[in-house]
Design a protein around this ligand. Sequence first.
Ligand code: UD1
Ligand code: CA
Length: 456
Amino acid sequence: MDVSVVILAAGQGKRMGSDLPKVLQPLAGRPLLAHVADTVGALDPTRICVVYGHGGERVKAAFSDAELVWVLQAEQLGTGHAVMQALPHLGADDVVLILCGDVPLVRAATIEPLITAAETDKLAILTTNLADSYGYGRIVRDIDSHVRAIVEEKDATDEQKLIKEINTGLMACRAQFLTAWLPRIKSDNTQGEYYLTDIVTCAIDDGVSVVPVHADNPAEVLGINDKQQLAAAERNHQRSVTDALMQQGVTMIDPNRVDVRGKLTCGRDVVLDINTIFSGDVVLGDDVQIGANSIISNASIGAGTRILPNCIIDQTTVGKSCEIGPFARTRPGVELDDQAKLGNFVEIKKSRIGKGSKVNHLTYIGDTTIGERVNVGAGTITCNYDGVNKHPTVIGDGAFIGSGVELVAPVNIGAGATIGAGATVSKDAPAGELTVERARQKVIRGWQRPSKDKSG
Ligand code: UD1
Ligand code: CA
């Protein structure tokens, strides 16, 4: 049986107080809509339609490579009207799963029972119970506890407002039911909108059973309409990610101060200190320790490596038993072989640092290949940019670069070469030899410091 998904994402989200369309607001570093699209992708539906409207091109552009069917809702006349726009894209026998772009944390396992119920020609609605149900559509049941209607906050009587069971906005039924019901929906309510929720009454009128599917974990199905709800959802999400990592054995000094904005994969006995942020795909090997205030993005860190506090590691591959920081920054395209060391105030870009090599203090290395067991002295700079083009530097195994050296690229430093401190090296330095580039030191005897001018 074909399953089609319709994600409602056309609303402006006025309550966000933002120019960014609501479904592009970031949660864990990614647009709300991306979370929903990923979750349904795992269900392997026949098609995923996204109803978009407000901020249209911006929303589409954010998902340029996803295989989504974009359905324009030019005017936002309500959730029922939104689903109606998708009907021409659906097969008559499809089971249609309707999701909301602003309910991003729902898990596939929570949605699946909706599909199962819809397959047997029922209307399935996902509900939950909230201690504070303010703002949500309430599930109105009759004395036999059958669902009779969904009533929106703004249309509810005082008595209905006391109901704790709410509509999560997620539903499923056959496409042919939607085709029959949606044209019957009217906009004679407080908001003057075509409410999708009114299909409940249509189903009852047509003798179709309405099945409430209960979501046990309300945190998963909370709608995000404003910045406070966005922040609350961020915390919920972070908490579930850190809980899963801790269950697997990761040590966190304080899980409330670890943020994962992407996918973090950890080996055994990994320790994460406070204020650590992981974004994109990050893999940490066994016994890796990440120091406080470090931001690690799209990186792989080998077993036994220590990242000391205040490091920024971006698009970098780090070998085993390395030590980085404190206060080091690696930029895209950096590879560190095993046992390499980067110290404080060191910036590395698009470079390879060989096994056991050390770049310990106040240094910039760019577009460089460093061999094994190299020592780069404090304050060394690779001058890789001539204002127009970038040029490479190559430093052979076992070379020793003295402090304060400028390596003017393109330049090669041979294996085992020694470069005296303070040199500006613009020609290749031969292997095994000492290269010095330095004005001779002089002493001016009897020189007097100027004295303070009293007339001024
Ligand atoms: C909706 C439900 C409410 C439920 C709540 C759960 C209706 C009438 N109400 O209310 O019962 O408790 O979600 O979170 O369905 N959208 C469109 N086009 C439109 C209007 C909305 O695509 O014309 C999209 C929005 O972008 C959003 C979703 O539909 O993703 C829900 O719309 P929203 O305005 O947030 O509805 P709620 O008031 O939250
Ligand atoms: Ca909403």
